[in-house]
Each structure stands twice: as C-alpha cells, then as structure tokens.
Design a protein around this ligand. Structure first.
Ligand SMILES: Nc1nc2c(ncn2[C@@H]2O[C@H](COP(=O)(O)O[C@H]3[C@@H](O)[C@H](n4cnc5c(=O)[nH]c(N)nc54)O[C@@H]3COP(=O)(O)O)[C@@H](O)[C@H]2O)c(=O)[nH]1
Length: 860
C-alpha cells in the first residue's frame, strides 16, 4: 500500500467506519428490495435464481459490514463502553444469525441440519443474553452520557479559564504518517493571549500545522521537544526565548510547560520577558549596590532591630580594626561608649518626648519613626582606641515597608575635625598672640548674655588699651611691638581663669570677658590685677619697656547687648586715658553722656567750617636775648553756636579722627598767612608766624602745593612762616618726614618740632633732620625750676639743639624764674602766659605796635 493511501486511511478512520455502516445499511435495504422482488410482492412474477444469489450475497455482505462495524466500534471504545459483554453477546447473536441464515439459504452448499439448529440455538441464547443485559447496558450508557455532559461543562470552564489565563495556551494534536511516526502538530486550541503573542488570528491557526506555519520549530529544536513529550509522556518545562511568540515586538522570553494530551500536547507559555528584564535590572542594581558598598570609603554596618550586626562592608572592618566575621553576630554596643549612649538616650528622650533606653534603642527609635539620625559618635576600635565619626542611622525595610533592621553609615571625622579645628582656630584667633579674635569674642559674649539672662548672673567686659604703644612701636619697630603684644597677652592670661576670655580686639587693644562673677567689685579687682601685672617692664632686646594700660569696664546687666557692652567699655577706657592713663574706669551713664557729647561735637564740627565758626588767636614768641617780639604761634578757636567756645584740645582729636583736620588745618594756615602778611604790611615790620600742622595734613599729596599757594595768595614771605610738626610724626615715619621737611624747607619755610622731649626715643634721632627750631615741651619748662630731672632734660635739649645749630623755643613759660633758668641755659626764644596769653588779631596788632619801640621783656 502506498504511503499516501496509508496516510489517507489513518486520517479518515472515522469516515471509513461511517461509510462501512452506510454500505451495510444500503445493502440491507437492497436485500429487502430483492426479497420483495423475489416474492413478487413488489414487482410481481417469479424470482430468477441469479437474482436470488445476488440477494443472498447482498445479505451476507450487509451482515458482514454490520459485524465488522460493530467489532471495530467495540474495539475502539473497549475502555469506554460499559458492560461490553452485552455488546459481545449481541455480536455473537448477530454472527450466529448470519451463519444460520447462510446455512438455511444454502449459500455455501448443503449444511447438516444439526449445525443449522445449533447455530439457531446459539444465536437465540446470545440474543436472550443481549436482551437480559440491555437494562444494565443502558444504565452504563446513561452514566456515560452524564459523564459526557459533565465533561462538556468542565471543558467549557477550562476553555473559559484558559481563555482568560495570562499564559499563552496551545493544544496540538499529533500529525502522524501511515507508520505512526509523528511528523507535526496541528493546532486544536489557542487562547486569547496565545493569539496575541503569536500575532495571528485563531481562525487561521486552528487546524493548521505548527511546522508548516513556523518551519523554524524544526531548527530550534522545539518540534523535537514537543515530539518527545508525546512519545515519552514526560512533561517539558523550559525557560527559553520563543521565536514564535513575541512580547512588545521582540521574541518573548517564556517559561514553556508542555504536557502530553491524548495524542498531542498542551502547551502553556508564561511570558517572563518583563520579569526577566526586571530581574536583570535588579541584578544589575544589586551588583552596583554591592560594588558601592564594597568599595565605599564609608563604614557600613547593618544590624537587626536588637542591634545584632548582620553585615559589614570592608571599610567598616578597616576602620574598626576588626575582621568582618568578628563583628557579625555581635551587638553594635561593642563599638560604642556606654556613657555616650547614655547621653544620647537623654537628649533623644527629650527630643522625641518618649523614654529612650541607653542601649541600641538610641539607634532604633528614630528609624522606627521613619527618621534618619545623624550625629557625631566615637567608635571604639578593636584595640580600644577611639575614632570620631559622623554616623547616619536609617531603617532597613522589607518589601512591605516594615522596618526590619538598621543601617549605619559612618565616615571618619578625625582628619576633617583636625582640619576644621585648625581652620576654625585660625579664623577665630589672632595669629600673633593666639588669643581669640573679635568674632569668637562676640560668640562668647552672646553665650554669656544668654546665660546671664537665664541665671540672672553678672559678667563684665574690660577694654584694655596699651598707653603710648604706638610710640613704642614707631620708635623700636614692629618686631619689638609684636614681642610686647605677645608678652602682654601672656600676662593677661596669667591673671585670668579658664572660664574667662581674652581677645585681641585691635592693634594694641585687648578685651577681657569675665564670666561667672560673684560681685561687681570682683571685676574691678581683676582690672587692677591686670594693671599690676603689666607694671613690670617688658624686656625687648636691650630695651626695658614700661607698658601701662588704660582699662574701661562695663557690666552685664547694665548693658545687655554685645555692641553696647563693648561701646560702654570703650567709653570707660577713654575716661581712664583722660584720667592720666594706667588706670581703670567703670562705665557710668554719665560717661555715656560724654560720649553723646562727643557725637554732638563731631556733628557740629562737620558744618563749622562752612558756617565760618573758626577764628585764630596768636600767642607771642619773644627773644630771650633781646626781649623783642619775634613772632607768634597761631592757635585755632571754635565758637560754636550750639556748644559755645570749644578749645582745640577738645575738637582737634575729633577732627583728626574724622579727617576734618585736613580742611580745618588748611583754613588755619591760609588765614594765618593772610592775617600776618596784612599785619606785616600794616606795621611795616617783620613778624614770623608758626602754624601747627597735624600729621594727617602733612601726608596729603598736595601739601606742598597748598603751602605754596597760601604764601602766594597772601603775599607772606616764605621765611616768615614756620610750620610746627610733632616729634611723634618724625619718629613714626622718619623717611617720609625727612622728605616732607625738605620739600617745605625748599620753599623757604622754616620747620619747628613741637612738644620736643615727650617722645620715647633717643633724642639723637634729631640729628638726621635739618630742623630749624625745637620747642621744648611745657611739661619740662613748668618744672625746670623745681625738678632736677626736668632741668636736666631742658639743659640737654638746648645743648643738643645748639650743637646742631638749631634754635630752641621754650613753651609755657609762666614765671620769671622759669624765664631766668631758660635764659641761663641760653634758650633762644620763649612763649607763655608770662609774656602773653593767645591774643586776638587786634590784640596782637596792639601789642606788636606797642612793642615795636620797646622789648616785650621790658613791658612786663
Ligand atoms: N593742628 C593744629 N593744632 C592746633 C591748632 N591750634 C592749636 N592746636 C593745638 O591744640 C593744642 C591746644 O592748644 P591751645 O588750647 O590753644 O593751647 C595752647 C596754648 O594756649 C597753651 N599755652 C601757651 N602758653 C601757656 C602757658 O604758659 N601755660 C599753659 N598752661 N598753657 C599755655 O599751650 C598750647 C600751645 O601748645 P603748642 O602748640 O604745643 O605750642 C596744642 O597742642 C596746639 O598745638 C591748629 O590750628 N592746628
């Protein structure tokens, strides 16, 4: 039989069976026709023997077809049909009837009667057995029908379930060749998801062959796998990328489950593409996290909620000098100082307003509230040494969000701390003395104010200004000045307690903050102690320097703001200076009023020049040899409508501070030149005029030009003008001063040094300058009669000046005795109340005309 024929029969078994039954039926029908024809009932007339044989043949074939169909049916449903013996009995009855019929009709020739009878008995018995078994058989058939109906319902449910399944579900029946070899599979069922994943409509797929539609199933081994399932009955479970199924346009990664289903397979494919992608991403994230954790320079410690360490990273082990395995299983308390934990428990209890135990609770409580806790902690290393860390503790949660543990990330603060400490120290301390700077002082004052307000306690601020430090600095140089400041700082430290603060506030200014005072007098005692501590001379190189300080004191709560406390201490300090320096003054509201007065004065001074409120007076200078009036010193006066007559000693320092001295000094110089030039013209005699210049004035760029124009505009001969510079100016900026003096002298103007002898340096410095006149300070002159030292200084100054061919003027001569001493010492000129008080221009004019003819000495 050809392959095609075999295949046809295999495929069409049922059809062939139906055809056999139909043929059997037709033949029975044909035999009945022939019976009628033979008996003449239908067509009438006798039956032809040939016809009779044909009829017999048909009957025989009909019986045979029925018997065969029945046999095949029984065989095929042998496991399914109930009570097969009934059908078997029926089959026997049928065969016995066929054979009996054939024997009776002598189809095969003469048959002995006994055989015929036996066949009839046998057939009748089998028919009786069949009849007996029919009720049983029908019950079985009924049960089968019920089962079939149940099965149909369950199949419908299964279909609904599979239809809504998220998996792609396929059912295939095997396609075999004639030899029974499995060649392919035919789609018998697909669910909606399968339809979507395969990308083709069901109508097209059902009945189609898998291998024909998707030939690549042969290449990728899928066909072989399914075939194996059918042939071995072993289910297949495989996770693979299925080329026939697609997810978002690309071959889907699926878990394929195939089980044998009759002569075929049921396949379900779960789409794992998204899960796989999520898994891959999670794996990547986990690998990334692991890499971060492993390579992190920060210590990472994970613990359960009891504080038992469950994981540590390499940095934690390195930082703590433990092996990772030594830490895991231990409690985090191992790494902490119990006292520190107790302190933290106290602050956390206050913060969270609930009791926090002094154990791992301090790490747990915030984490349980979903909060992150960040604090400085000391980790205790394996050898017991401590490491300052910044520790951030947060919760470890499971996938439901429940807190299941703690994670502590810590970084080493020791290096940063050292660096920040050093930066902080540099930012808040004076590099020379190491004392706190202004900013730190301010912080501490704010703390002291807070404490003072809270505990009603007293504290005090002392403003300490070194007396005449500028002169020391200028005369001995900055290095010496620095050495003095360092020594002063040390002496201040020695006077104070640790709770007090000493700050360097400015060049030679220090501020002491005395906290936790028992009484007000205690602050004054400390102030006096400081004065005493500074009293001993400071040795710098070969010099012994006597340093004194003026101290101003303010108290909290008299003043309650940092600025106010400092301002009041400053005011008191100026009072101390005014009192003669090297003393202590306590701020009082009265001093505050003085300050206000100063502010008022400053404000009035700013408009005084514009309002023409200044005028000059002139103090005569006489020759001690001839008694003649030789010149005058111009002295400024300020008649303020608001303040009355203000003396230069009161406003010149303010004018210096504010810079107003530049314009005021220029006014004085121009006015003096104008007035004395006019007086010379009026009196037709020479009269010199000395004008005081402040240091700030002479440092003006156009200073020389200004003098030149004053002379030009007034017409005063240059040699009639003398400028008085202070000794301090020369000492401070000697190079620049030398230049200034030379420039002034180049104009023909004379230069005098005022208040000579009050400087702290060796007088021989004067040899460097080509000075025209020296003015001996009135402090020496006033005491030269009674005080040997003053006399000695006066004698020395005159001798020194004369040896340098410099004229000497004695200031503040008040008595004839002083004049006599000065004359004896060959002092050249004198001025003072003995000869005349400072005079108005008119007074000077009168005096000058009066003394033209006679000497001043004669007139007194
Ligand atoms: N830059 C400027 N400074 C000036 C100017 N005018 C004055 N001044 C300086 O002000 C200081 C005080 O001056 P004044 O109050 O005018 O006092 C002078 C005299 O009145 C006073 N004097 C004079 N004779 C006597 C005396 O016998 N006894 C005594 N107790 N005082 C006396 O001395 C002052 C003059 O001092 P000096 O200048 O050192 O010669 C004073 O320092 C002035 O320099 C100005 O225009 N510009």
């Amino acid at each position: 039989m050809s392959f095609r024929m075999r295949q046809f029969i295999t495929r069409n078994q049922t059809l062939l069976l139906r055809l056999a039954c139909a043929a059997g039926g037709l033949m029975i029908f044909a035999r009945l026709l022939f019976d009628g024809w033979r008996d003449g009932g239908l067509f009438g007339g006798p039956v032809n023997p040939r016809v009779h044989r044909t009829e017999e043949m048909l009957a025989w074939m009909a019986y045979l077809a029925l018997a065969l169909a029945l046999a095949v049916f029984l065989y095929r449903n042998r496991k399914l049909l109930p009570s097969n013996w009934v059908v078997g009995a029926f089959g026997v009855a049928l065969v016995a009837e066929i054979l009996g019929h054939m024997a009776r009709s002598r189809s095969f020739g003469e048959v002995p009667l006994v055989v015929v009878n036996l066949l009839q008995i046998f057939g009748a018995a089998a028919a009786a057995l069949t009849a007996l078994g029919l009720p049983v058989y029908f019950r079985g058939i009924q049960r089968l029908a019920r089962l079939a109906s149940k099965r149909a319902a369950s199949e419908a449910r299964l279909a609904a379930t599979t239809e809504s399944s998220l998996d792609a579900i396929f059912m295939f029946e095997s396609v075999r060749d004639a030899t029974g070899e499995l060649l392919d599979f035919r789609f018998t069922f697909i669910n909606r998801n399968a339809e979507t994943m395969i990308g083709q409509p069901r109508e097209r797929l059902l009945g189609a062959r898998l291998g024909e539609l998707f030939p690549n199933v042969y290449q990728d081994g899928r066909m072989a796998q399914l075939r194996s399932v059918v042939e071995t009955g072993r289910p297949l479970v495989v996770e693979t990328t299925a080329s026939t199924l697609r997810s978002k346009g690309v071959p889907a990664f699926c878990r394929i489950h195939a089980v044998k289903l009759e002569d075929g397979v049921a396949v379900s494919a779960a789409n794992l593409s998204e899960l796989k992608q999520a898994n891959q991403e999670m794996k990547r994230a986990l690998a990334f996290n692991k890499a971060i954790v492993s390579s992190s320079p920060f210590s990472i410690i994970v613990a359960d909620l009891d504080g038992t360490i469950t994981a540590v990273n390499p940095a934690a082990a390195r930082m703590l000098w433990y092996g990772a395995e030594e830490l895991i299983g231990n409690n985090i308390a191992l790494l902490h100082d119990q006292q520190e934990i107790a302190r933290r428990a106290r602050t956390l209890s206050q913060e969270l307003m609930r009791p926090v135990s002094a154990n791992s609770d301090v790490f747990r409580q915030k984490a349980l509230l979903g909060l992150t806790d960040e604090n400085e902690w000391s980790y205790i290393r394996k050898d017991g040494s401590r490491l300052l860390v910044q520790l951030i503790v947060s919760a470890v949660e499971d996938e439901t969000g429940a807190v299941i543990g703690l994670m502590g990330i810590a970084h080493d603060l020791s290096e940063r701390k050292q660096l920040s400490d050093s930066i902080y120290h540099r930012a808040h301390h004076d590099p020379l003395t190491g004392l706190p700077s202004r900013s730190l002082l301010r912080d501490r004052m704010e703390v002291a104010i807070e404490r003072g307000k809270r505990f009603q306690s007293l504290f005090s601020v002392l403003m300490i200004d070194l007396d005449n430090f500028k002169r020391v600095n200028d005369s001995l140089g900055h290095q010496a000045g620095d050495a003095i400041l360092v020594e002063v700082a040390n002496r201040l430290r020695s006077c104070l307690r640790k709770v007090d603060t000493i700050a360097r506030y400015g060049g030679d200014e220090f501020v002491v903050l005395l906290t936790e005072l028992r009484s007000r007098s205690h602050a004054e005692t400390v102030g006096r102690k400081i004065i005493a501590a500074l009293a001993a001379p400071i040795v710098v190189g070969n010099h012994e320097i006597a340093v004194t300080a003026s101290i101003g004191l303010s108290m909290f709560p008299d003043s309650i703001e940092p600025d106010e406390l400092l301002r009041h201490a400053d005011v008191a300090m100026y009072r101390s200076k005014a009192l003669g320096r090297n003393s202590l003054a306590v701020f009082t509201p009265g001093l505050g009023r003085e300050l206000m007065d100063k502010l008022k004065l400053e404000s009035a001074l700013r408009t005084a020049l514009d309002r023409d409120e200044f005028y000059l007076v002139y103090q005569p200078q006489v020759s001690l040899k001839t008694g003649q009036l030789t010149g005058v010193e111009a002295l400024i006066r300020w008649k303020s409508p608001a303040l009355g007559l203000v003396m230069p000693g009161d406003f010149i320092p303010v004018a210096e501070e504010t810079g107003l001295i530049v314009s005021i000094g220029e006014w004085a110089l121009r006015t003096a030149c104008d007035q004395i030039a006019q007086l010379q013209l009026d009196l037709r005699r020479r009269l010199n005029v000395a004008v005081n210049l402040s240091p700030r004035q002479v440092h003006q760029k156009d200073f020389q030009t200004m003098i030149e124009s004053a002379l030009l505009e007034s017409g005063l001969p240059a040699n009639s003008l003398e400028v008085e510079l202070t000794e301090h100016l020369l000492m401070r900026d000697s190079e620049e001063s030398l230049e200034i003096i030379e420039r002034v002298q180049a104009l023909g103007v004379k230069v005098a040094i005022d208040d000579f002898g009050t400087g702290f340096s060796n007088m021989s410095y004067i040899t460097r300058f080509r000075i025209d006149r020296l003015k001996i300070d009135q402090s020496f002159v006033s005491r030269c009669v009674d005080d040997q030292n003053s006399l000695a200084v006066t004698t020395a100054i005159i001798a020194l000046a004369h040896s340098l061919r410099i004229d000497v003027v004695a200031e503040g001569v008040e008595t004839p005795a002083q004049a006599a001493v000065l004359r004896d010492l060959r002092c050249d000129f004198a001025q003072g109340y003995l000869y005349a008080r400072p005079l108005s221009l008119e007074g000077l004019r009168a005096m000058a005309s009066e003394t033209t003819k006679q000497s001043v000495l004669e007139s007194i």
